[in-house]
Write a protein that binds this ligand. Structure first.
Ligand SMILES: Nc1ncnc2c1ncn2[C@@H]1O[C@H](COP(=O)(O)OP(=O)(O)OP(=O)(O)O)[C@@H](O)[C@H]1O
Ligand SMILES: [Mg+2]
Length: 334
């Protein structure tokens, strides 16, 4: 009997050592999510993953299902089908949700409370130990340091959004989900959010964010998932979605040797003084090395510009080709 128990303990020990050695489970994992509202299929089939410390952008037109997916991930809407794991635990588990910060799309905080009181309330709800100094730091981080004692009812919409961000961040989450964090923010506020997201990523916090400001998504996200009519229309890293990086150079005095050096980098196109060369890989050293070599080979370098199709162009391309494919099948089925 004792020997049996000892054997079981040893096996449990070995199992927990094995599990401890595994990489941590993704911050978000979902598979086959579906949701119907009446006759409308809001989410038809969505599977996605957000790794630890990864920043993933959820993009798509109005009504594509982004907010519905986010709400199902957070257990706020019950999916008709599909599975969700948050930080390695089923999304329904309150322990997993306690480590998630969330900025909802449409929110109203109690207008009679001050910003400090709203934060204190959310800290209490999260059950996390957050000191008053840490709360003040979060308000300062989102630019509300000097409005901490003011009633939320008197806040502008941008200030309310900043407070929402503070609420999402205050309990030191391991995953932050932001549903349109910058829709009401001024350009400085948007830059602040960008810095905050990059800082979260540097600290290993995963971020899933949804925004119609594609340029911002492009600046902060490692990966993008594009939703269209409740389905994943495309997904991948920015490099995968946007293809190769190109470099545009304005050059004069290009010797044969300099031309060879350009061609060694990648396929070259020329229009007058402008040379466009495809870069083989996203190597940090490729551009300075190329410019240094061209100068050494006697070329005069007037301009060097990175060039790549923007995420916005790519997104529009994906959505338009999906809509053309739909009208083709509708046309042929008539
Ligand atoms: N509670 C609800 N009741 C009925 N229909 C809903 C509900 N929530 C969402 N829908 C429908 O589900 C679809 C997806 O809505 P959702 O809010 O997920 O879109 P979204 O991609 O977040 O759009 P937006 O960019 O406008 O925020 C829409 O057709 C919407 O009308
Ligand atoms: Mg939405």
């Amino acid at each position: 009997m004792t020997a049996g128990l000892a054997g079981r303990d040893a096996a449990l020990d070995a199992a927990s050592r094995l599990v401890a050695g595994l990489p941590p489970a993704p911050a978000v994992w979902c598979s086959g999510l579906r949701k119907r509202y009446g006759k409308r299929q809001a989410v038809a089939d969505v599977s996605l993953e957000v790794g630890r410390g990864e920043v993933v952008g959820l993009l798509g037109p109005n009504g594509a299902g982004k907010t519905s997916v986010i709400k199902m991930l957070l257990g706020l809407v019950h999916p008709d089908a599909g599975e969700v794991m948050l930080l390695g635990q089923p999304a329904a588990d309150p322990a997993a949700r306690a480590r998630v910060g969330y900025l909802p799309e449409l929110f109203r905080y109690q207008p009679w409370l001050s910003a400090t009181e709203v934060l204190a309330l959310h800290v209490r709800l999260s059950g996390t130990d957050v000191t008053p100094a840490q709360r003040r730091d979060v308000l300062a981080l989102v630019g509300l340091g000097d409005r901490a004692g003011d009633r939320v009812g008197g806040f502008s919409k941008g200030m309310q959004q900043r407070l929402g961000l503070a609420v999402a961040l205050v309990a030191r989450p391991e995953l932050v989900v932001l549903d349109e964090p910058t829709s009401a923010l001024d350009p400085l506020g948007r830059a602040d959010v960008r810095d905050i997201v990059l800082d979260l990523k540097a600290r290993g916090v995963a971020v899933l964010l949804n925004s119609h400001l594609i340029g911002e998504v492009e600046r902060v996200c490692d990966r993008v998932v594009i939703l269209d009519r409740g389905r994943v229309a495309a997904s991948g890293t920015l490099a995968e979605l946007l293809g190769q990086r190109e470099l545009k150079l304005q050059l004069t005095g290009v010797s044969a040797a300099a031309r060879e050096r350009l061609a060694a980098t990648g396929p070259v196109e020329r229009e007058g003084d402008w040379f466009t060369v495809a870069l083989a890989a996203d190597e940090d050293t490729a551009v300075p090395a190329l410019v240094a070599d061209l100068v050494a080979l006697g070329a005069q370098v007037h301009a060097v510009e990175p060039a790549r199709i923007t995420l916005e162009e790519r997104l529009l391309g994906i959505l338009r080709s999906a809509s053309e494919a739909r009208s083709d099948t509708e046309g042929s089925s008539r």
